[in-house]
Design a binder for this molecule. Sequence first.
Ligand SMILES: [Zn+2]
Ligand SMILES: [Zn+2]
Length: 245
Amino acid sequence: MSAFDRAAVRLLDAIWPRACEAPGCGRRADRPDSLLCSACAAALPYASGAACSKCGRTFPGQASADFVCDLCLKEKHPAFDRACHALEYIPPVDALVDIFKYRGGRWLARDLAGFLEAAVRARLPFAEADLIVPVPLHPERMRRRGYNQAAELAGILGAGLGRAVRRDVLSRSRDTGHQARLGRAERLANVKGAFKAEKPEFVRGRAVILVDDVMTTGATLGECASALKAAGAAVVWAATVAAAV
Ligand SMILES: [Zn+2]
Ligand SMILES: [Zn+2]
């Protein structure tokens, strides 16, 4: 969002206060530059506690710093080196992501990217990152939706962290459809080979933060990380707003 857009939003907020976007809330969005009220923002299911050192999924209780969860062990480790997420993908986060992606809630990117940046700062060695790469949409889907939700998040995260964002180093050769209806093994097979690194010269030897909205099985992020590694990326960290518990 440009400075002009932000100024326009502030002006609109002053004239016509916005309602909180959280489903069923109805309170006024009382935080600057946010579409969520302070009560809803505070009550979100933030990822906390012990985490897998690979996929970042959280667990109740304690774990050592190099703990690797069963899912990661079973899949012989995803290709990304480490992942983190800000929120658990449970209500109302699923509904917010749905509004953001499918129901024109593009402006929710500011809120969601804010949560994402806080998680990256807390859980990844972000100071070592060279560039930020969003998971690409298939061109046909991009044409229909008008924006790539991952690129919106990556743009705001890049500005926050002071890192370059490159939307042109990964491409998606197949539209993999809606993964939500598929089982775990099917998801892995469905995204196999769907991504390609287009400009290895920007990736070679670099530490990359790969950005998406939600990690479900990690199949998509794993395939993107494989493509980046094949192009010579030194390290790939994955960062998502939310992850399925
Ligand atoms: Zn609210
Ligand atoms: Zn794991």
